[in-house]
Write a protein that binds this ligand. Structure first.
Ligand SMILES: [Zn+2]
Length: 502
């Protein structure tokens, strides 16, 4: 998605939310959004089923308005870091989903239903893995302490889709506040709302306190929270008006930093070398941050020549990725070969190598290496996706579909997977499946009506096996019902607006 389209989409969402934001702003916000007393029965107000639906609706708004990265390497890295922290937080339960947003902002957020987003800019600003983990641990604590949910539950008048939009605008809206027109107004209101929703001082303090314990439990440096905040605050003083978004949404003052230091003293310092995957993820993001491939090539060539880097392996990986992007496949292949020689089982290098093989027409070689890698670490879904892509290139679309279905069962609702499935089905000449997977992709992106139309077309295909038809029919029934609910919600929302305006 281009920046243009996503701005446009965000504007559309914000315009739709402007009314809602206005209503809430005029509705004695101090009462509406105040944090209920701790220990109140707030937890039980919204059922977990409702929260899951709210989370999904929120995530669809995020996907519609922000460039969520579908890169398997970066997603699997942030996911494994996030889940290792969740495992170290004794109060964490339920589902968490971690994802990266392809923008240079230094920020992160936690939405309803355990959806935690991290901006690429924050991953690049973190100097150590403990610093990145500190921000994730802080966001995880917001989720486990139900800070957002407690505020939302007071909004019981609103339907789930309306609440999801409101939350999305509140969490994501501030970044377009510079835009003209309705979006600007909505942006400002959403920003005000945002402060009321989940950034009360008590919530921030609690998220820091629990986050630091989680950091220490997971073996990271508990001082990283205070350290990162302090560095961000300092850099924002140097570059006036350029405070990182994270500080705007999570205001840091000397008090807060002192509290974080005190809390870290409870655990004591922990030296921990950064994981290689952290360094590789940053090298990949750094490479992507250049507009032109040749700029990225020059950057990495210079840092390698001058030794200006923290980890040579990661820097070479960035260089190889830049060469790949510049179309210099042979050179990229040589770099990758030496990386693989030192780390033969690292999926980052295996995937790059296989991609270069495919680009150079070495399809069988790519297939063979990926098959071998999967037999050694069958758990890796990025390897399976790469294998399926190679199978499509090798004109074996049916086998590719089998592989992709295995991954889709483990990671349902992933638009990128369904897009690949659609490609494979099309190549296999399976028209019913093509429409069915196109439907799943549209649905994952939040376009329910067009998704329903695709399923209807799928059912009309002549070659469709009975079992598949039954499955598609069941899916169609569920979606139609959802669409009916949504339309009812829309009507309800209009009525709510009227009520409040009166
Ligand atoms: Zn926070």
């Amino acid at each position: 998605m281009t920046l243009q389209t996503h701005r446009r989409r965000l504007r559309r969402i914000l315009a739709a939310t402007a009314v809602l934001a206005l209503i809430c702003a005029g509705q004695a916000p101090a009462q509406t959004f105040d944090l209920p007393d701790l220990g109140s029965s707030a937890d039980t107000l919204m059922s977990s089923g409702a929260e899951i639906r709210l989370g999904k609706a929120f995530m669809r708004s995020v996907r519609e308005s922000l460039p969520v990265l579908d890169d398997p390497i970066l997603t699997s890295y942030i996911e494994s870091l996030g889940l290792s922290l969740v495992a170290a937080d004794p109060s964490a339960s339920g589902r968490f989903t971690f994802f990266v947003i392809d923008e240079p902002l230094v920020n992160a957020f936690a939405g309803p239903g355990g959806y935690v987003g991290v901006y690429a800019g924050l991953m690049l600003a973190a100097e150590t893995e403990s610093e990145l983990a500190a921000v994730l641990a802080h966001e995880i604590a917001h989720v486990t302490q139900r800070h957002l949910m407690r505020s939302i539950e007071d909004q019981s008048k609103l339907s789930i889709p309306a609440t999801a939009l409101l939350v999305a605008a509140a969490i994501l809206g501030a970044q377009v506040s510079a835009d003209a027109g309705a979006a600007a107004i909505a942006g400002i209101q959403a920003a005000a709302l945002q402060r009321q929703i989940n950034f009360t001082r008590d919530n921030e303090k609690e998220a820091d306190r629990l986050g630091i314990a989680t950091l220490a439990n997971a073996g990271f440096d508990p001082y990283a929270m205070a350290g990162f905040f302090e560095r961000l605050a300092k850099s924002s003083r140097v570059y006036e008006n350029k405070a990182p978004e994270f500080l705007r949404t999570h205001p840091v003052n000397t008090n807060r930093i002192a509290d974080a230091l005190d809390r870290a003293d409870d655990f004591g310092a922990r030296q921990r070398p950064d994981g290689l995957r952290f360094q590789l993820a940053r090298a990949k993001l750094r490479q992507r941050s250049y507009d032109r491939a040749e700029q990225a090539v020059s950057h990495f060539r210079a840092t390698l020549r001058e030794g200006r880097h923290r980890n040579e392996t990661a820097e070479r990986y960035g260089y190889a990725l830049a060469l790949e992007r510049a179309g210099r496949f042979a050179q990229a292949k040589t770099e990758t070969a030496s990386l693989l020689a030192a780390h033969p089982s690292l999926q980052e290098f295996i995937l790059l190598d296989a991609r270069l093989d495919l680009k150079q027409g070495q399809t069988e070689r790519a297939l063979q290496h990926l098959r071998q890698a999967i037999s050694l670490s069958g758990q890796s879904w990025p390897l399976r996706i790469a294998y399926a892509k190679a199978l499509i290139a090798a004109k074996r679309p049916n086998k590719a579909m089998d592989e992709l279905m295995t991954v889709a069962r483990l990671r349902p609702g992933n638009a990128m997977l369904y897009e690949l499935l659609e490609q494979a089905a099309l190549k296999a000449g399976n028209r019913a499946a093509t429409h069915r997977f196109r439907a799943e992709k549209l649905y994952a992106e939040g376009d329910v009506e067009p998704a329903i139309r695709q399923l209807e077309i799928a059912l009309r295909q002549r070659d469709i096996p009975y079992h598949d038809a039954a499955q598609i029919q069941a899916r169609l029934d569920t979606w139609r019902e959802e669409e009916r609910d949504r339309k009812r919600d829309k009507k309800g929302r209009a009525e709510t607006s009227l009520q409040v305006l009166r």
